[in-house]
Design a binder for this molecule. Structure first.
Ligand code: DGY
Length: 318
């Protein structure tokens, strides 16, 4: 049995596969592989562990001779042509649950960081500009008792909403169908996207990327937002029309944004970097030691389920 891992993931994955006598080939260079390199690496392999930065399209899938399972080291799987894998009987798995809390509170940290100007305040001190307490110094936006709107209230979105309770926030959410549990347990109210745009002080995007959500945050959504509202994106960059967002931030049509993801990663537009009302992170939503280890374990277990244990992995997408 042979597994190809497209980039070095935590050691626990290698230990687990080694113990089961599975041969591992991996990309030891700290960079994203090209399509040709993925094709080359996958030759003769039974399984792959891929990353969200690998585009596993029809062209690559069609070259697979033996691959039975692709285990994606992420909860999002928009980087893989799922329909084509289905046609070719290739199983695809992801890493849900284990990164839910890490990603949710990274989202909430971004919200607080933008609202209370934390990176800007940190730079202010480091640059020697702090000359003592001052009544008008670096005033931010209140979070307590404000309205939090979450778009994409799945596991991560639900946990973002839960964190709003600690700040006595009014909770709105939007998903494809109403979530009774969020309403009963958290007192969250279902709202249309338009209502969320109009009523929320903080909007957190947690939706998966697909044809329906591509550029969901467009000009009309942003123009509906309150002038002092803040947009947080911990989903995928393409959910937001980045050009429109930048214009809105430059023109102060909204108060700020916190972004963990970008439309053309790893490119981050210079115009975005120049803005003070924005906090930018390098797609580290799930990046805690524990979450990243647990993701590795989940990826390997899915592969071992198929290759060694003769059972279907729980976290199967197709
Ligand atoms: C994922 O796993 O899809 C997230 O983007 C991780 O940060």
């Amino acid at each position: 049995m042979k597994v190809f891992i497209t980039r070095r993931i935590p050691d626990i994955a290698f230990d687990m596969l080694g113990k089961e006598g599975v041969e591992v080939i991996f990309n030891n260079e700290d960079r994203v592989l090209s399509s040709d390199e993925i094709i080359e690496g996958a030759k003769g392999c039974d399984a792959l562990i891929t990353l969200l930065s690998d585009t596993i399209d029809k062209k690559i899938i069609d070259t697979f001779e033996k691959v039975r399972i692709i285990s994606n080291y992420a909860v999002g799987y928009n980087n893989i042509d799922i329909e084509h894998c289905r046609k070719k009987n290739i199983i695809v798995c992801n890493t849900p649950d284990v990164l839910t809390h890490a990603t949710a509170y990274l989202g909430f940290s971004l919200l607080l960081a933008v609202a209370r100007k934390i990176p800007e305040s940190d730079s202010f001190v480091r640059e020697g500009l702090f000359k003592g307490w001052a009544p008008r110094l670096l005033r931010g936006h209140d979070v307590y008792s404000k309205t939090l709107g979450v778009i994409g209230a799945g596991r991560i979105g639900g946990e973002v909403l839960r964190r709003g309770i600690g700040f006595n926030m009014k909770l709105l959410y939007n998903t494809r169908s109403k979530k009774e549990q969020l309403e009963k347990e958290l007192g969250a109210c279902f709202a249309s996207k338009e209502e969320i745009a109009k009523r929320s002080d903080f909007i957190v995007l947690c939706t998966p990327l697909n044809d329906d959500t591509f550029h969901m945050i467009d000009k009309s959504f942003i123009l509906n937002m309150k002038k002092d509202a803040i947009l947080i994106n911990i989903a995928r960059g393409q959910v937001v029309d980045e050009k429109v967002l930048i214009e809105a931030l430059e023109d102060k049509k909204i108060a700020g944004a916190g972004l963990d993801v970008y439309e053309n990663e790893p490119q981050v537009p210079e115009r975005l970097k120049r803005l003070k009302n924005v906090v930018l992170l390098p797609h580290t939503g799930s990046s805690t030691f524990k979450a990243r280890d647990d993701m590795a374990v989940l990826c390997v277990n899915s592969i071992l389920d198929i290759l060694k244990r003769g059972k279907m992995p729980q976290n199967r997408i197709c």
